[in-house]
Design a binder for this molecule. Sequence first.
Ligand code: TLP
Length: 356
Amino acid sequence: MKIIDLRSDTVTLPTPEMRRAMFEAEVGDDVYGEDPTVNQLEAEAAAMLGKEAALFVPTGTQGNQIAIMTHTTRGDEVIVEAESHVFYYEVGGIAALSGCQTRPLPGVRGAMDPERVSAAIRLDNIHYPRTALVCVENTHNRSGGCIVPQANIEAVAEVAHSRGVPVHMDGARVFNAAVAQQRPVAELVAPVDSVMFCLSKGLGAPVGSMLVGSRDFIAKARRNRKLLGGGMRQAGILAAAGLVALRTMVDRLAEDHENARRLAIALGAIEGLQVERETVQTNMVLVDIRDPRWDGPSLMAAMGEAGVPCNDVGPRRIRLVTHKDIAAADVPVAVERIAAVLKAGPTAASARSVYA
Ligand code: TLP
């Protein structure tokens, strides 16, 4: 049985062209700034995003945490959206690595109310921490890959900047947002001061993310990357695949969006499942479980056994992600398997749940 892996776009495998580029990459010691392939990737990434400079980092998590560390000092406060990756999925790194406290604000599909952001920015008072940073996320993972409206990002950045507070974007999937809106990515990130985006998700590279921003910010970030152990040596081997990703893999994200849309329609028609279609804007589908026999963990386990692994993202919610290694023809096969799982009902093994 062919596994149709819908857990994440992080599972994508490098293309033959990436493997060739990796094999042939010209390399040097990047800690000395001497890896020509890394330097090329950093220059192209900065140019594409319309920023002065970029830094190649091993992971999206490290890129975000370096950005936060670079914008803040210990004891500062960072405004985050309550469902954001930096707050939810980065192992408490903001506290553990930067010594900052977080100020989570509610969001609507990732969009924070600019008035609430403004009200949360601290005044100058001896009792208060300094608000050092506002973080936004586009696309927004926990709302199912929703695109945060550009007007919202502009409004949040405007209130932050008017009070002297910089803005960082977790743009792990900002190219999905750009392709879905048919807008240049540089336009989407223009309002923010720094951006992290991932090469290793929908763009298909095996490893790597980019942090981009001003020349001065990236110079400081480079020191913090070293501090966190992210100073890699002949990293051009990895950057070579990143260059192929940036040059050739952006436009095809539209196929993933189309597959997600078709998956959402078909899954929504299965009894016991519900899909909020308006949230399916890029390459993710959130499925709410209405069938009382199942919950997130048990359905996830049963789908794994049926060759359609996914992730549970809440007590009664699973997440399916489309990507370059899912073909259009895989969609009906996945749907058929999921329908069969629901029809058969939980087995003794799959019914065990952490929520029971
Ligand atoms: N997200 C992963 C998991 O960590 C949840 C996934 O499968 O979606 N920002 C955002 C918005 C992300 O979705 C992710 C990865 C990251 C940052 C972190 O990237 P990595 O995995 O490279 O550290």
